[in-house]
Design a protein around this ligand. Sequence first.
Ligand SMILES: *Cc1c(COP(=O)(O)O)cnc(C)c1O
Length: 378
Amino acid sequence: MKTADSPINAHSPFYDLAVEGVRGLRPYEPGKPVEELEREYGVSNIIKLASNENPLGPTPLLFDEIRREAEGIGRYPDDSGYQLKNMLAKKHNVNANQITLGNGSCNVLELIIRAFVAPQQEVVFSQYAFAMYFILSQAAGAKLNIVPAKSWGHDLDAMLSRVNDKTKLVFIANPNNPTGSWLTDNELEEFVKAVPANVLVIIDEAYFEYARYAKMGAEGYPDTVPWIAKYPNIIVTRTFSKAYGLAGLRIGYGIAHPDITDLMNRVRQPFNVNNIASLAARLALQDEAHLKKGLELNVNGLQQLGDGLSELGFDVIPSVGNFVCVDIKQDAKSVNEYLLHNGIIIRLVDGYGLPNHLRISVGLPEENQRLLETLGRM
Ligand SMILES: *Cc1c(COP(=O)(O)O)cnc(C)c1O
């Protein structure tokens, strides 16, 4: 059964029960889990380059402490997130009352929508932007202003022209997933400056650490947290799922003006972040050497994949994330089947309107190599 493909069953007696926005939705399609591929294709020695996870995983220093923390799971977690919020506040030079913790940063995005967007109000985001913007806004009954992309990335001028008096918020992914494209500090600040103060600008920086490292010394990829003091209508989101290697624990955060944070907190489910995730995040923040090792591995991997895919004749969109989006100039579904039979999981992006592209996460050097060799033998 392929739920995602079945046009949401309009014949079901329950279809009309759903709220209007939900009727027009399809579920988010995650990358195929390794176990599922093993089961369905009978292949082994599988590599997964599909979900932009850190191939090194988290700092190995956290496992013993997690085991100890696990003894407390009979009790509810600390709902205030006191320790982690204070640590993040210090790191970002903001107050703890500006931080919202989430069950992944997608949970933070959800809180923003729930707190600020009513049916028929408008949201603006780019074509090819991260799928959750569509899903969350559509489910809320918002009117979506999806702005055509420019060179695969955000066309900020066009996005600005779509902001009107019904607009509640604008989503910016910097860098964007699935394309990897990014905005520089100048262009993004010009945009933020021009957006009216009563329109929220969500700046999703899920790949911040990777982008910052990849652009080190080059033209500015911005850290927008300090901008909050100047432009209090922005909300910055970050995650521990990517560079910190904690995707499986689900933890991310938002940073915003204290009043915005207060409003988001009103719709937050209590105990949305568990103590194990919270402890792991604190330990991950402390192991800078491990973080750096992953960032270094990633810049090298971006180079390796970029060069290798270009040599095979494919067009790679420049990326500062931990993934590349590549035009393989043929139907990506059949290439995907071929890769799956060879034990390699990548991500189709046809749902984004990119039927000839693949999104490939940067893996370990030998995993990248195996992907390139397998594509070369196609
Ligand atoms: C991965 C990702 C996120 C966050 O994922 P969480 O695991 O929920 O923190 C947010 N935005 C973008 C663009 C992403 O790619």
